[in-house]
Design a protein around this ligand. Structure first.
Ligand SMILES: C[S@@+](CC[C@H](N)C(=O)[O-])C[C@H]1O[C@@H](n2cnc3c(N)ncnc32)[C@H](O)[C@@H]1O
Length: 278
């Protein structure tokens, strides 16, 4: 694979966010450095595995919700190492012809995901860095699979907390908004400092500071602003295990989740509501 800006170089010695998450989920695509770092997180926050599983459940439920609302195209950024069920599996249970583009900046993720989807029509995995969204949003390969003139569900699940404030998350969201047709969905989960145990938060931040990306815990209000201009659907921005309905107790480290839809453009403005092509 040609090197692209923002794509990680394979490095088994440095703890890696994708492989640590794989370890929390009970996967096998991780190395000693990942397991050691993940074990430190587990010491600070013993429910990390349950939280990872709850995040994964949210992802599947949100995809089903978007699909049942009529959307059959998905852009999954920070797609992760394959874990059953994957986004295409869930989407295709509802729409057998659903089209999915996965984007990630990690070479291990790209290798595994490509091997899995290589033979599937309408599913593509692309290298891309969420911090440089325009690079992949204008990639002709993405537009071969997704039709930007129709609604798309954009999935930013457990990935925006690897983007620092200096890397401008609001600007990143604005770049997606520009290419999303009315009726598109925005699906987000992200770690929050609101209601999170400050001691555990500090220890987790320390672990990720020496990993492939730092972890950024944000106030709930900051995360809510990412949905500005969209209609946040019920139950709103809630603990990831509480979407769409409460399940289990609230953990001491919180990840918030929400699903929102881009409103239909007002009469007369629709021609300017989004860009149709790269
Ligand atoms: C915690 S995993 C989440 C995987 C999946 N979205 C889920 O929720 O189950 C985070 C994923 O985001 C990817 N990632 C982290 N920073 C990224 C970036 N700047 N651009 C693209 N992907 C990124 C990692 O490689 C990893 O695969």
């Amino acid at each position: 694979m040609a090197h692209r800006e923002g794509i990680n170089v394979f490095d088994p010695e440095t703890p890696n966010t994708a492989r640590m998450y794989d370890y929390f989920l009970g996967g096998k695509d991780n190395y000693a450095s990942d397991r050691q770092a993940a074990t430190e997180v587990l010491k600070a926050f013993p429910e990390a595995r349950q939280l990872a599983r709850a995040n994964r459940r949210f992802l599947a439920r949100a995809v089903r919700y978007c699909a049942e609302s009529g959307v059959d195209q998905f852009l999954d950024v920070g797609t992760g190492i394959p874990t059953s069920p994957n986004v295409p599996d869930v989407a295709r249970e509802v729409h057998p012809g659903a089209r999915v583009v996965g984007v990630d900046n990690d070479p291990v993720v790209l290798a595994h995901d490509r091997a899995l989807v290589e033979t599937h029509e309408g599913i593509r995995i692309l290298p891309g860095d969420l911090r440089r969204p325009k690079a992949f949003l204008t990639d002709p390969e993405l537009h071969e699979v997704l039709d930007a003139s129709r609604p798309i569900a954009v999935l930013l699940v457990a990935v925006l907390h690897f983007v620092t404030d200096a890397e401008d998350p609001a600007g990143i969201l604005a770049a997606f908004d520009e290419v999303m047709a009315p009726g598109s969905f925005l699906v987000i989960s992200a770690a929050t400092s609101t209601g999170t145990d400050p001691e555990a938060l500090a220890r987790i931040e320390q672990v990720y500071a020496r990993a492939s990306s730092p972890a950024v815990f944000r106030p709930a209000e900051g995360i809510r602003t990412w949905f500005d201009g969209f209609d946040l659907h019920e139950p709103g921005l809630v603990d990831v295990s509480h979407w769409p309905s409460p399940a289990g107790v609230r953990p001491s480290v919180r990840v918030l989740a929400g699903v929102a839809r881009k409103p239909e453009a007002e009469e007369g403005l629709s021609l300017f509501a989004h860009k149709l092509s790269p």
